[in-house]
Design a protein around this ligand. Structure first.
Ligand code: ADP
Ligand code: MG
Length: 412
């Protein structure tokens, strides 16, 4: 049976990455760095629309054991990739030149160099307990772990404050977009580098915003309220590097152009100032083509839901956020069309077993769902989800209970 996926301790992750490094490269690494996966509470597909989202960092982390080299070679090995050693020369890294997973690693070095920092070659061994391709952002965990490692090795000092971490996150986004070729927004990397223990982080993707204003830490203490956040990794296939994600981005850009705004955020802000946004929305989106209108409607209403969710947290009403999560899922399923039968089943089964609210999280087309449950109901909801998947003949899902954990940093 699949079950609850435990996170590794710092010692365990450090030991695993160190052992792989020693077995592969025949010497001890200079150090080990780690970065978390993330789960988004609300605000999906909003980051590339200059919008808002509210993720937490997970206790599940990717560990990288690293030593610098005197030359410009990068040698890479990952326990998740058959432990085959790959080699890439930093001088050869450019969009379209790096095949497969090493792109997420050398892309970060490339992006730091593009930002004017000098980076040397390095040997790196990767091991991770972040579920792979589960919508929990193993890709950003890998990039962010490499980013803080290179920051330390090159003495850049960026990891020491939030503004520097925002710069590291920007390098990771460039790595993923331009070298790995995945057109994702910035939520994943910002969370892995900038979230803090015990808090959700409200991220604002308005371009050019000062780092001080682009991240606000919002206390998210579920245990205090007798609640827990259950994550269901549906294990349904999930691939962001396909045309669907790019097609959604394209639809949003077309919608903004038609409406004469630089981003759909402007529409969300305008409606946010209105007395009755729901009544005004149809007229505001009327000029859009029928295929684009629902996409824009999702983004605009979702940005509004982030505001509602944060307002409830600020007011100490975390028990009230369930309906906001439910509305987000309906919007992602019907308007944005990025859900899938496994995600819908996880959400429905969790709700029927007593969850206060549930939604898909991450890019969609597979990946994970989250459910807000009473702490006393965790086992019942888990059992109900497992039973529903068994009845449907789906691959058994993996489950984890998420608490807001620490950002990327040195592990050993
Ligand atoms: P997600 O970020 O939701 O887990 P993505 O498709 O964005 O899914 O990223 C998964 C990809 O990131 C993998 O296919 C691989 O290329 C790379 N990756 C993530 N973690 C690791 C790892 N531990 N070792 C090697 N590559 C990794
Ligand atoms: Mg990813």
């Amino acid at each position: 049976m699949s079950g609850v996926l435990p996170a590794w301790t710092t010692d365990e992750g450090t030991a695993r990455a160190t052992t792989l490094f020693e077995q592969t490269f025949g010497a001890a690494p200079l150090g080990v760095w780690a970065a978390p996966g993330r789960v988004n509470l609300i605000g999906e597909h909003t980051d590339y629309n200059a919008g808002l989202c509210l993720p937490i960092a997970l206790e599940h982390r990717t560990f990288v054991a690293v030593s610098p080299r005197a030359d410009r070679l990068v040698r890479l090995v990952s326990a998740q990739e058959q432990s085959t050693v790959r080699e890439v020369r930093l001088g050869d890294v450019a969009p379209g030149t790096v095949e497969g997973w090493p792109a997420y690693v050398v892309g970060v070095a490339w992006a730091l160099e593009q930002a004017g920092h000098s980076v040397v070659g390095f040997d790196v061994a990767v091991d991770s307990c972040v579920p792979y391709g589960a919508g929990l952002s193993s890709s950003a965990a890998l990039e962010s772990a490499v980013a803080v490692a290179l920051d330390d090795l090159a003495g850049l000092g960026l990891g020491g404050d939030d503004a520097g971490r925002a710069a590291l996150a920007a390098a990771c986004v460039r790595a993923e977009n331009e070298i790995a070729g995945a057109p994702t927004g910035g939520m994943d990397q910002s969370t892995s580098l900038r979230a803090t223990t015990g808090n959700a982080v409200l991220l604002d993707f308005t371009p050019g915003l000062d780092p001080v204003d682009s991240a606000r830490h919002v206390p998210f203490d579920l245990a205090d309220a007798g609640l827990a956040l259950l994550v269901v990794d549906t294990r349904a296939p999930h691939a962001l590097v396909d045309g669907q994600y790019a097609a959604r981005r394209d639809a949003c850009e077309r919608a903004a152009r038609t409406l004469g705004v630089t981003s759909l955020r402007e529409i969300a802000d305008m409606l946010g100032r209105s007395e009755s946004p729901a009544d005004e929305l149809p007229a505001v989106l009327a000029a859009l083509d029928d295929d684009v209108r629902p996409r824009a409607r999702h983004v605009v209403t979702e940005i509004g839901r982030v505001g509602t969710f944060v307002g409830l947290l600020d007011a100490g009403d975390v028990t009230e956020v369930g309906p906001v999560m439910d509305a987000s899922h309906a919007s992602l399923r019907e308007d944005y069309e990025v859900s899938c039968p496994e995600l819908d089943l996880a959400v429905t089964a969790a709700r029927e077993a007593g969850a206060l609210g549930a939604r898909m999280t991450g890019g969609g087309f597979g990946g994970s769902a989250i459910a807000l449950v009473r702490a006393t109901d965790i086992a019942a909801v888990q059992d109900a989800v497992l039973a529903a998947f068994a009845d449907a003949g789906y691959t058994p899902p993996d489950l984890l209970v998420a608490v807001p954990a620490a950002p990327a940093g040195r592990a050993g």
